[in-house]
Design a protein around this ligand. Sequence first.
Ligand code: CAA
Length: 255
Amino acid sequence: MQIENIQFEQEGTIMYITINREKYLNALNKKTILELNHVLSLCESDDSIRVLIITGSGDKAFVAGADIKEFASFNRREGTELSRFGHELLFDKIATYTKPVIAAINGYALGGGLELALAAQIRIASNNAKMGQPEVTLGVIPGYGGTQRLTQLVGKGKAMELILTGEMISANEALKIGMVNYVVSQEDLMLKAIEIANKIAANSPRAVRKSIQAINATYGNIGLLKEIELFGSCFGTEEFQEGVTAFLEKRKPNF
Ligand code: CAA
């Protein structure tokens, strides 16, 4: 597979993956999801890799969400497929991965970008990071696991507020509500991620793998399947048209 949108490099027992679409704030289009899936599969079968660190290129964004331009004209069936595709190839894969994935959040983590971080086992944010689920401003709902994983992490009350208002919060607010494990300066972001990765890498890989499995055992997939269906049902509606058109025209939506 020709890899264009991500960079990956192994150093010692750590695999560093950088999403590299800086011009579009590292928005996740289908090709990027396929590439990430490919690299995750390669890493899974390589025993020399113990921990993965995912970050975004540049100093502005981790990932600004799913690629809105790519799905702007999708109908209900295509919207449902987009969500199912993301869940299966990337988000569920990371959440149930056999090696820990650390999200190093170096800027905006919005929509699918926050959902990518939420799927990871550990999240570290730099102090310039901003996080949120702005999907309702586009006429859709979080479609890559956010309705479930954000709720699991921060509780129903805060998840409701974040998803229904669509507002962004600062890294420090995210720390307060337990959305991220640590907040550090931009310079220290990778150092902190490496420090944690090295601690994990020194432990029994089998025990680490089984711990992830055991922690995940509580969380079923009924909510995730419902999310896919409801995400798809937003597509092709007038409100969806208004939401995505407003984004493309760089104006506020009028619902
Ligand atoms: N998809 C596609 N392109 C995106 C994008 C996205 N999610 N986010 C940013 N971009 C593009 C912009 O369109 C712009 O491209 P052009 O130069 O061609 O116009 C470029 O990246 C730079 O972005 P801005 O000019 O908007 O930068 P800014 O500093 O003014 O604003 C921002 C930054 C607040 C993050 C703003 O870009 C923004 O609101 N982005 C969208 C965030 C969002 O709504 N994410 C959710 C997506 S839907 C989703 O993720 C669904 C799901 O759960 C599956």
